[in-house]
Design a protein around this ligand. Structure first.
Ligand SMILES: *[C@@H]1O[C@H](CO)[C@@H](O)[C@H](O)[C@H]1NC(C)=O
Length: 229
């Protein structure tokens, strides 16, 4: 009986909340298992901003941020479609295609995606440069969501494809339930002061690592700050 109770207690604390400032997740190999689950602080979004920094040398498709709902695998997804050289935000399974980005290998990229459920408009920002605004889909994202780094969810919380897994490092993941101003986004891109995400906050991240993913120190000076010059 005592053992069972202990296991229950341990089970409830396996997810933890940590300040990951100056840390990054390292995904050292392709797999269809290794990932990080992120637990959002709130549900039901009428608007979304998601920001992250990542570096990879993958020359194939990969997911950078994957949020699913029970009925939509690609509830809010940031995806690199290699054959088309496109950054593709997917919102509620509606895909938008953005070409023409300098998404170089072996370079840190700061990417933010904004979406407004009222007018359905999406915009991405890559290393300080805003895309044009395109229509994806309108209507709020409601109900339970599952957020995963390192894999693309092809069902709610799973259905991972090794050929869409992420290899490299990801840091500074934030999600807000509103659209950040251009200034806030530039502050994020330049690693200046900004208000952390109220849905996902890298400085108080509620997460759980599954499989081979490491928490390591972020390099002190990396190339995302170059565009500030
Ligand atoms: C992944 O890609 C490799 C190389 O293209 C291929 O041989 C393999 O069948 C793919 N695996 C899956 C699970 O799709």
């Amino acid at each position: 009986m005592k053992l069972v109770l202990l296991l229950v207690v341990l089970g409830t604390i396996s997810a933890e909340v940590q300040d990951l400032s100056r840390k990054m997740f390292t995904f050292p190999q392709s797999s269809n298992t290794a990932h990080v689950k992120l637990n959002p602080a709130k549900l039901d979004y009428n608007a979304v901003t998601v920001c992250h920094r990542s570096i990879t040398d993958l020359e194939r498709d990969h997911a950078i941020f994957s949020l699913s709902t029970p009925s939509q695998d690609n509830g809010f997804l940031t995806f690199w479609k290699n054959a088309n050289r496109e950054i593709q935000p997917h919102i509620k399974n509606a895909r938008v295609e953005y070409k023409g980005w300098d998404y170089k290998l072996n370079k840190w990229h700061s990417i933010c995606t904004t979406w407004d459920s009222e007018n359905g408009l999406v915009q991405i920002w890559v290393d300080g440069i805003p895309s044009i605004r395109k229509f994806s889909i309108s209507g709020a994202i409601s109900g339970a969501v599952k957020v995963v780094l390192g894999q693309d969810q092809d069902n709610h919380g799973g259905g991972f494809d090794v050929n869409q897994s992420f290899v490299g490092m990801i840091t500074d993941v934030h999600m807000w339930d509103h659209i950040l101003s251009s200034c806030d986004i530039q502050n994020y891109m330049g690693e200046m002061n900004f208000t952390p995400g109220n849905v996902l906050n890298w400085k108080a991240l509620d997460f759980e690592i599954v499989g081979k993913v490491l928490i390591e120190d972020k390099p002190a000076c990396h190339s995302t700050s170059v565009f500030l010059g």
